[in-house]
Design a protein around this ligand. Sequence first.
Ligand code: ATP
Length: 239
Amino acid sequence: MALEVTDLVGGYSQIPVLKKVNLDVQPGELVGLIGLNGAGKSTTLNHIIGLLQPFSGQIKVNGLTLQDHPSEYKKQIAYVPETPILYDELTLREHIELTINAYGLDRQAAWQRAQKLLKLFRLDNKLDWFPANFSKGMKQKVMICCAFMTDAKLLIVDEPFYGLDPLAVHDLLDLIEQKKQAGVAVLMSTHVLDTAQRYCDRFVLLANGQVRAHGSLDELRQQADRPDESLDEIYLGLA
Ligand code: ATP
């Protein structure tokens, strides 16, 4: 299993949010993490990437825990946050360099991958720009380039479609598909259910910090009131 979250209880300092969350993602699988605002999707992802410490429970990425193998654990994960996090004083080129160093990548091969991604998102002529010169969507594209140029085996994407133009959404979905084909496990939080329905292999529906339902769309339908319910209806009905 690429990602195994077992009985995760967590949240922010003394504020509990997650109550025994269990989920897993296999290599080459795209799992959609869905739920209403405040359900605990970002909190779950923040625990997986190691930004928050679990109160109890365990998270394993390719069998490794953050506690036992902190540096190896972090290199297993590439993360596209909901809100782009860029360093004001670093250029785009320096963000690419930072990613190469953080993941210990081969410079030449990594730059080749980065150049392809930057070209796809029309950022290849902006290597010396600072974040202040980028729009919100362009910043999001920089975060996508940095995450997708790594060789991480687990990709965490938090509401990646927000703020992206339709062409970029299409390109991002293609990139996710390529990662899946390469055996990368992907966990994606999203509210864009029609897209999720088309691309995700399975869903985990969170409500009030708990897994309310999980499985394929068919399995979710079995847990819903009517067998013909759409994902939107299931999502609203079960949450
Ligand atoms: P959304 O769809 O709106 O992004 P979400 O499912 O990602 O929602 P979270 O952001 O994980 O939800 O929030 C879950 C709960 O944690 C909410 O009650 C929220 O108020 C709380 N929360 C989120 N961030 C913090 C924080 N920094 N400090 C304290 N509580 C927080």
